[in-house]
Design a protein. Structure first.
Length: 135
């Protein structure tokens, strides 16, 4: 399985449904394309593969505050399976990457020193919704 991860710098801005989400700690973009074996009897003894279907996903880690309204909105969207626009601006004044996504899972909030960290996994069901502005 091939996987590519793009990490962004601190100071990045992530928004969900048009509203910035505070306390972003980490963010990653993943492209996965597992090859599919198509070996036939006449292959001459070699395995043959075709590219598989591409999967796109994003992960984000937040310093979690259950009382924060946008953190509550993420939790509500995860519980309901709601899709929304996920947008990321890696650096101030930089391009904005956006896509329609839904939340696949929330890693159990865990203590990180004196704060709580939660890990989110977002999945993209339609890659045609990916857009970039400001390039």
């Amino acid at each position: 399985a091939m996987a590519m991860t793009e990490k962004i710098s601190t100071g990045a801005v992530l928004s969900w449904a048009g509203t910035a989400v505070d306390r972003l700690e980490s963010f990653g973009f993943h492209v996965r394309c597992d090859p599919k074996q198509v070996t036939a009897q006449d292959s001459g003894g070699d395995h043959k593969f075709l590219p598989g279907l591409r999967e796109l996903s994003f992960n984000a880690g937040f310093i979690w505050d259950q009382k924060d309204t946008q953190h509550q909105a993420l939790q509500t969207a995860a519980d309901a399976g709601t899709k929304a626009t996920l947008a990321i601006t890696p650096v101030v004044g930089g391009p904005v990457f956006s896509v329609e996504a839904a939340i696949e899972s929330i890693g159990r909030p865990m203590p990180l020193g004196e704060v709580i960290k939660a890990e989110f996994l977002f999945f993209v069901s339609d890659a045609s919704t990916i857009s970039t502005t400001g390039l």
